[in-house]
Design a protein around this ligand. Structure first.
Ligand code: HEC
Length: 121
């Protein structure tokens, strides 16, 4: 490969990376949040937010049926919602069966928040 060609390839790579970050920086992207939800949350909270995921039955303290307006989802402010997702139930005085997700980026947490807010009734 010539030097010029290589430079073009490198520049293209860099611009794709820059564009990619700019896009994932969009706050509260429910569509991106749906992916996080399906990977991490659906097993307990259920596909429609009804709290009927596969693992929910095994839990002593079960997730609420958000589609019927149960639980605190409808009244929870963003700060508290962010806390319970990143630090887990006990961090906000709730059940430890709600796990902490310290590895989710701030963007991912905001995205999944945007997604679950659509379950609010
Ligand atoms: C292992 C099962 C489990 C998983 C996985 C799980 N949750 Fe929960 N979650 C719960 C339970 C149980 C509660 C209810 C806690 C309580 O009321 O004390 C809860 C409560 C919540 C609440 C507070 C609102 C309410 O219902 O009172 C939010 C918000 C929430 N979860 C978001 C999420 C998100 C987002 C994910 C994925 C990143 C997730 N949860 C993954 C079990 C789970």
């Amino acid at each position: 490969m010539s030097r010029a060609r290589m430079l073009v390839v490198v520049l293209l790579g860099v611009s794709v990376m820059v564009l990619g970050t700019a896009q994932s920086g969009i706050a509260q992207d429910a569509q991106a949040g749906e992916k996080v939800y399906k990977l991490q949350c659906m097993k307990c909270h259920g596909e429609s937010g009804a709290g009927d995921g596969k693992e929910a039955a095994k839990l002593k303290e079960k997730p609420h049926n958000w589609t019927e307006g149960k639980g605190d989802l409808k009244t929870m402010d963003d700060t508290k919602m962010f806390e319970i997702i990143s630090k887990g139930g006990p961090a906000v005085g709730k059940a430890r069966t709600m796990p902490a997700y310290p590895k989710l980026s701030e963007g991912d947490v905001r995205n999944v928040m945007a997604y679950i807010k659509m379950f609010r009734k």
